[in-house]
Design a binder for this molecule. Structure first.
Ligand SMILES: Nc1ncnc2c1ncn2[C@@H]1O[C@H](COP(=O)(O)OP(=O)(O)OP(=O)(O)O)[C@@H](O)[C@H]1O
Ligand SMILES: [Mg+2]
Length: 258
């Protein structure tokens, strides 16, 4: 039965998709069965998987037209994915007003495919709307990528409120696997200070953080531009090693060893 992980932050451009895709890739490389679900209307994960939204079933068809999720799964060189759809943005307001709207991802997708996978990773959009709440409601745990800047850390307070609301209302077992510093520059004082102070800061909010930070690394952008897996393109680069360490930590957290 799959463990479902939402990769979430309402802030934009802080490494959600990059983390979702690389964590999924590392898990897949160590022989876990992994499904990516792209809940973002930007369809960035879909694009990095080289999957298609046009003329194929997408998350929109599953949520709005009750398409069987198994029919929407595309198998690509990066693994299995349910593609995103630009229509998901407008679907949200309709789903929000329908009974069980917040449960839609759980009832219409996760419950129907969780027996087929070890891990389901959900890439979420940069907003606090239904796509994020529906992801938090069906997840076993959440990873919160963030950057080493003041606004990113201040934004955690608001995000934490939404996570706690999902936990208290519809998903009491939701775990916070951790805040994950991305695009980290170890040579700058500010980034080092943020990494050192992060465990204490997030603890005050009832959260926790990963010990590993993912370093800023041009190879991430190069691999994405080339349409390749980071582990095929530049397996020895800093960020590739960091995402392996993130997964090692994640597996320990899930087993309760961290
Ligand atoms: N460790 C890193 N080193 C260098 N570039 C990175 C790193 N992580 C992410 N990036 C780059 O930062 C940009 C934003 O990353 P990404 O798309 O993963 O963020 P996001 O949070 O998913 O954005 P959005 O909120 O728009 O969905 C991308 O161009 C990506 O290539
Ligand atoms: Mg994204």
């Amino acid at each position: 039965m799959a463990i479902t992980i939402a990769i979430t932050n309402n802030k934009g451009g802080i490494g959600k998709t990059t983390s979702a895709v690389n964590i999924a890739d590392v898990l897949r490389n160590i022989k876990y069965k992994v499904l990516m679900i792209d809940m973002d209307q930007q369809c960035n994960a879909t694009s990095l998987y080289n999957a298609k939204s046009k003329d194929e079933y997408t998350i929109h068809d599953i949520l709005m037209n009750d398409t069987d999720p198994k029919e929407a799964i595309q198998s690509t060189f990066m693994g299995d994915i349910i593609p995103g759809d630009e229509l998901i943005g407008q679907d949200q307001s309709q789903l929000m007003h329908s009974p069980g709207g917040y449960m839609c991802l759980k009832t219409k997708v996760i419950n129907k495919v969780k027996d087929m996978y070890d891990f389901i990773i959900i890439d979420t959009p940069p907003s606090l709307e239904l796509a994020m709440s529906a992801s938090l409601v069906c997840a076993d745990g959440v990873i919160i990528p963030l950057r080493a800047d003041r606004l990113s850390i201040e934004g955690l307070v608001r995000l934490n409120k939404v996570i706690m609301e999902a936990k208290e209302s519809l998903n009491p077992d939701l775990e916070i696997y951790g805040a994950l510093l991305t695009d980290y520059m170890p040579n700058t004082n500010l980034d080092r200070e943020v990494l050192e102070g992060l465990p204490e800061k997030v603890k005050m909010m009832g959260l926790r953080s990963f010990k590993t930070a993912v370093r800023r690394c041009q190879e991430i952008k190069n691999a994405q531009a080339a349409g390749k897996s980071l582990y095929e393109f530049a397996p020895k680069c800093g960020a590739a090693q960091d995402y392996i360490n993130v997964v090692v930590e994640l597996l320990k957290i899930i087993k309760g060893e961290e």
